[in-house]
Ligand binder design. Sequence first.
Ligand code: BTN
Length: 321
Amino acid sequence: MSELNEQGNALLKLLADGHFHSGEKIGELLGVSRTSVNNYIKGLQEIGLDIYKVPGRGYQSATPIDLLDEKIIRSLSQHAHVKVEQILDSTNKWLLDKIPNLKNGQICIAEYQLAGRGRRGRTWVSPFASHLYFSYYWRFESGIEKLSGLSLLVGIATVNALEETGIKGVSLKWPNDLYYQGKKLAGILIELNAQANEACHTVIGIGINVRMPPEQAKLIDQPWIDLSSLSDGKVDRNLLSANLISQLQKLLPEYEKNGLKPHLTKWFELDCFLNQPVNVLLADKHKAGICRGIDEHGALLLECNGNIETYIGGEVSLRLA
Ligand code: BTN
């Protein structure tokens, strides 16, 4: 399935206002029986939309649904290569499958991912029209060597984009998570297609929790937060996408030239574990120490018995006293 059918789309548009609509009226609009209306509603619920029925009143979406709009994102970001899809496996995979025929800076955003990819082979829960599933293709002419700090730079670009959208107080957890008060708000997954001594093709995937439907929340096994619970107003995903595009367009070419060094101060401001006791989870062991930030290659600096050790891979968790 790559998009909802005609009836599915008509139903989606009707329920998008967040008001009640009777089964009878929906049936008339779609040209189908009451039983079929139930099936279409089930279909939308299955892809993560929070729609419920109140006897005597009809069906309602728990919140108004505002859809992504390719034209709006293009015009807000002044960027032509934006593709918005309704349903696909994964926005990262969509771009990876199209290398090397992509324009540098091609973007893919989706309303729903059937197989959203997280780090370490995990699934990224991707309900319809709820969050932001965003991927950006970038060709690094300078090859693979320069990429060690890329996920950290993307973290900084994402925090900047959130700030421009009015969301303050987001911090970064090395190497590529966005946190708000100890809860995960967003994650970054960078996938590569690289050959030695050639340009390196990167697909930068960013998933941001915008409005988590209660049923989908049950599928997540770590503390999480979404933008709608930390901002007063409704979050405009089109504006957030455009701000993300502008940030990446600005920071990626700069990073290719100058690396991470110009961004170290910003990282230290945003690092949620700086100077705190942490555990670094490596392939086969844990290492305990004090987080002392990062170096210019994006490696984690860990103070262990008075010495600074550097780590390129792994995951960090806070070590409680
Ligand atoms: C993580 O595990 O923290 C990384 C999550 C990355 C999710 C995003 S959503 C857009 C892009 N497409 C995917 O399939 N994954 C990334």
